[in-house]
Design a protein around this ligand. Structure first.
Ligand code: SF4
Ligand code: SF4
Length: 97
C-alpha cells in the first residue's frame, strides 16, 4: 500500500468558503459536490473537510447550496464580486440597497 501526501495551498486572499467547525457535521457532501476538488475529506471521521485548493474555486455555489447544515459552510465572494451601493443623497456606501 502506498501513502499519498497532500498539502493545502498556502492561504491567500482567495478564501472562497469558510467552514464553521462548530456547525459542520462532517458529512462530506461538499467534498462530493465540488467538481474541482477544492476540498478533501478530513482523515478524522466527523470532522470538517480540509480546504485543499481554495484558489481553484470558480464560485459556483454548489457546496453552499448542498450543505445540509445551515451556517456550516459560508460563502465568501471575492471583493470585485461584492456589490456595493452609494446613496446619492448621503454618499453612504453599503452592501444592501
Ligand atoms: S463554490 Fe463550487 S467550485 Fe467553489 S468550493 Fe464550492 S462547489 Fe467547489
Ligand atoms: S456539507 Fe456542510 S456539514 Fe457537510 S461536511 Fe460540508 S460543510 Fe460540513
Amino acid at each position: 500500500m502506498s501513502k499519498v501526501y497532500a498539502m493545502p495551498n498556502v492561504a491567500t486572499p482567495s478564501t472562497p468558503v469558510k467552514i464553521d467547525p462548530e456547525k459542520c457535521i462532517g458529512c462530506n457532501t461538499c467534498v462530493n459536490t465540488c467538481q474541482i476538488d477544492v476540498f478533501m475529506p478530513n482523515p478524522e471521521k466527523g470532522k470538517p473537510p480540509i480546504i485543499l485548493h481554495p484558489d481553484e474555486c470558480w464560485y459556483c455555489g454548489c457546496c453552499h447550496l448542498d450543505c445540509p447544515t445551515p451556517g456550516a459552510l459560508l460563502f465568501n465572494w471575492p471583493l470585485p464580486l461584492k456589490p456595493r451601493w452609494r446613496r446619492k443623497e448621503t454618499g453612504v456606501i453599503s452592501q444592501t440597497r
